[in-house]
Design a binder for this molecule. Sequence first.
Ligand SMILES: Cc1cc2nc3c(=O)[nH]c(=O)nc-3n(C[C@H](O)[C@H](O)[C@H](O)COP(=O)(O)OP(=O)(O)OC[C@H]3O[C@@H](n4cnc5c(N)ncnc54)[C@H](O)[C@@H]3O)c2cc1C
Length: 418
Amino acid sequence: MHRTVTPTRRHVLQAAAAGVAVLATGCASIGAAARPRVVVVGGGWGGLGAVRSLIEGGKADVTLIEPNEGFMSCPMSALYIAGLKPVSYLQRSYQNVDQKGVKRVRERVLEIDRAKSQVVTATQRLTYDFLVLSLGVDYMEEGIQGYAEARAQLPVGFRAFEQMAVRQQVDEFLVKGGQFVISAPRPPYRCPPAPYERAFLIAEQMQKRATKGKIIILDANAAPTPASTTKVILNAMQQYSGQIEYVPSSEIKSVDMGKRSLQTSAGEVGFQHANLVLPMRAPGLIRQAGLGERWAAIKLPSFQSVADDRIYVIGDAQGSPLPKSGHVAFNAGKQVAEEILERLAGKTMAAPTAAVDLPTGICWAKVTEKEAININVTSSIAPGEAAKLKFTVDEVPNARSGAGAASWADGMWKAMLG
Ligand SMILES: Cc1cc2nc3c(=O)[nH]c(=O)nc-3n(C[C@H](O)[C@H](O)[C@H](O)COP(=O)(O)OP(=O)(O)OC[C@H]3O[C@@H](n4cnc5c(N)ncnc54)[C@H](O)[C@@H]3O)c2cc1C
């Protein structure tokens, strides 16, 4: 359904008096510096959205800080984990981004010194006029007793480059069989349909390869979330009734790798292989910098930190009700870049006086190699109100969405890294 929500983000930015590059936030250093410095931390979905638009704007020196040498996608990773795609399908180089003129620092940010407007790595301190954080997620390992000691044997695979270890386990399971546990935590977590998608594609391979055994989905929730996806996911599960056992309301409390057993709120469950998708939170840098607790506290629609209006937190690390989706993260990156460019041009923010649209989300849950469920999320926020989200979900898995998922991913990877 078409929605008309006005004004857009651009309308709420108003020209300041003279267009001088000194910010209303009191960032006096910009006036003196040759070019303003924008630092983006995290070269994933959100960070790349910001970097690409900032560079196109041509008004600032843009530094991207990312420890990994290349990019690897979580969206579409179920295809790799189930053995349907090579790892190269998910991986891309930062070469094209480098060529556009970003300065890329291959390090991890260890600290944000807000008093000095600097980010600190093991070897340097980088000063920023604006800082964009798109750090992704961290796992709450302490929620499952015994997990930290067993971490190496229980890869989660919900962050880039962890998927290879999960694939190894799946390969072994498909040959040897046995009990393969996949868990779904309580929200909010990254891409809620993803644990079920992973189970579906592994179950499809079990059917094709006549693997003896079963996948047990231990769901901390009473049903798949969000509610708009519950019916279609549970219906899709029926085609794998010989392969998948679904156990709702079974939150994992502890793991014993010696006995290969899990204590859950629904009793003890044994396993040969386990892919425990842990509860999630923002990485520790957010807490170190005083930007939030479990998630970064931000203002919508701007994604500005509540604590510091020269810092924007986008992507999964921010704590708004928006879905933790790469599509949302990328579009939020573009939006905050546009706002930073406007502020660099001397414009100041005025609070919106009417409802404004928020970045849209698109998520895909593959059910078979060829079929998927499409989940679209549109959202808006009105002054003084909470964000309103509207989900549009396929009623049945279908080949059109299966093909749509592949072309969406190609398009997004190109926009980020092409
Ligand atoms: C299985 C699966 C399927 C998914 N499917 C979809 C889908 O269909 N559609 C969709 O829209 N989304 C999907 N998602 C969600 C999507 O992957 C995330 O929402 C997206 O990656 C969030 O972007 P981000 O920038 O916040 O984090 P990321 O993309 O994870 O990027 C964070 C980056 O920050 C870097 N970083 C972290 N800490 C530091 C530090 N201290 N210093 C420097 N760098 C740092 C990391 O190395 C990483 O590269 C899926 C996720 C999973 C796991």
